[in-house]
Design a protein around this ligand. Structure first.
Ligand code: FAD
Length: 412
């Protein structure tokens, strides 16, 4: 560890005032860093949480104040120079400078890239510059969508991932007639087992959502400059008032690439979150890190917080490797889905619970527990998370035994 006095006189610049950038800065000060910290973001707001954008905030159940990760006075109090509405246009590693949109150049000793990601857009040939086609990433996006959510309006949601499904749930609660299309064979195909897809398909259908799987978008048509109808890949034509596309995100790597940093599905970092330039780290959605001999990029709050905190410790000289402990959640209607672990490469699913809303799906590869999807079952989530983090795997028949208290699995 460095002596904190050695950090005096240094400048640490963070590009991206989102979850990861905020977590990094807050922890760096907690660890006693004495140098200047500059947190630069191109949005209007101070750092805020994104998950409520497709949940409580979109529904109108959460105020803007509560979205903020800290109140505005936190930043001057902590001597964090927060610059909002400021876009960084270039990084020059040789001179250790970043260039802002107005041409100002800032020097850094440590540079942290926390640039997040951007929603994948519908091809221009489809969207054709029409209005009322929305994406979901920022407060500005949610504010633009909210007025569309009025009773009787007809919304087309493209994409049956978590964002599309959450938006569908809010829209349904607001009385919107929703059609959700998913080009893959089933919703959540990229991220979950078929049992979880079935569970959420049934849930949405019970709330009146018209889910169509294996169906793509062929064309959008407009009237008076805004979208008015859609043609689907099966030839169906639909009249729609608006479209929300939730078709994935792309890591923001342009700055890093232009600066000559190695990128591969995100900005490549080593186990300590350091990029191919030793003075530059990358954290959060934009960072692609080594894990079990492969490379991984996670799009979650937990990862953004943990990498932010780890990078801060490493600036202070602790040189720790990142050990991802993946977790995620999603709220749809009155169901809270909590996910622990990563389910890739599972070969069987053990279902715990029956038809009741409280249920969990346990992903195994052989005898190894990989991940759990827990629906309204915080106990299953908590137990599974602890088991996975400890590298322990319970016997599959014990998991499916509904009479077993799951906490007993932790004693083994
Ligand atoms: P971001 O929070 O995206 O922050 C990056 C910031 O950098 C942005 O403000 C961006 O504008 C800024 N920036 C980029 N380039 C520049 C530049 N050149 N100059 C200046 N600023 C720049 N995760 C969960 O775990 N659970 C959930 O339920 C969940 N729900 C979600 C719902 C929605 C609608 C969305 C959009 C995301 C959700 N996520 C959820 C994902 C989670 O919010 C992200 O993984 C997390 O915010 C990533 O943090 P980040 O700091 O890496 O990126």
């Amino acid at each position: 560890m460095r002596d904190v006095r050695s950090t005096s006189g240094e400048t640490t610049v963070v590009i991206g005032a989102g979850q990861a950038g905020f977590s990094f800065c807050a922890r760096l000060r907690e660890l006693g860093y004495l140098g200047d910290i500059m947190l630069i973001g191109d949005e209007h707001h101070a750092p805020y949480q994104r998950p409520p954008l497709s949940k409580a905030y979109l529904l109108g159940d959460m105020s803007l104040d509560r979205m903020l990760l800290r109140p505005p006075e936190f930043y001057p109090d902590q001597r964090i120079d927060l610059r909002t509405e400021t876009h960084v246009t270039a990084i020059t590693p040789d001179s250790k400078t970043v260039t802002l949109g107005d041409g100002t150049r800032l020097n850094y000793d440590n540079l942290i890239l926390a640039t997040g990601s951007t929603p994948r857009e519908l091809p221009r040939s489809l969207s054709g510059g029409l209005e009322r086609i929305y994406y979901m990433r920022s407060i500005a996006d949610a504010d633009a969508i909210a007025p569309e959510f009025a009773s009787g309006r007809r919304g087309l949601i493209v994409g049956g991932g978590y964002i599309g499904l959450e938006a569908a749930a809010v829209a349904a609660k607001r009385g919107v007639k929703v059609i959700l299309i998913e080009a893959a064979n089933r919703i959540l195909q990229r991220v979950a087992c078929s049992q979880t897809s079935d569970y959420f398909r049934d849930l949405h259908r019970s709330h009146g959502i018209d889910i169509r799987e294996g169906i793509g978008l062929e064309a959008l048509h407009g009237k008076d400059g805004h979208v008015s109808s859609a043609t689907l890949s099966d030839g169906t034509s639909l009249d729609v008032d608006f479209v929300i596309a939730g078709i994935g995100i792309l890591p923001n790597v342009d700055l890093a690439q232009a600066a000559g940093l190695d990128c591969e599905n995100g900005i490549k970092v080593d186990a300590t979150c350091t990029t191919s330039d030793p003075a530059i780290m990358a954290i959060g959605d934009c960072a692609c890190f080594p894990r079990n001999g492969a490379r991984l990029r996670l799009e979650s709050v937990g990862n953004a917080i943990d990498q932010g905190q780890l990078a801060a410790a490493n600036v202070m000289g602790s040189n720790e490797p990142y050990k991802a402990k993946p977790w995620f959640w999603s709220d749809q209607y009155d169901i809270k889905l909590q996910i622990a672990g990563l389910s890739a490469n599972f070969d069987r699913i053990i279902v715990r619970g029956g038809k009741a809303p409280s249920r969990s799906h346990w992903y195994f590869s052989g005898d190894d527990l990989l991940a759990v999807d827990a629906m309204n079952d915080p106990r299953a989530y908590m137990v599974a998370k602890r088991l996975i983090e400890a590298g322990k795997s319970p016997p599959a028949d014990a998991v499916s035994d509904i009479n077993l208290d799951l906490k007993d699995l932790l004693k083994a």
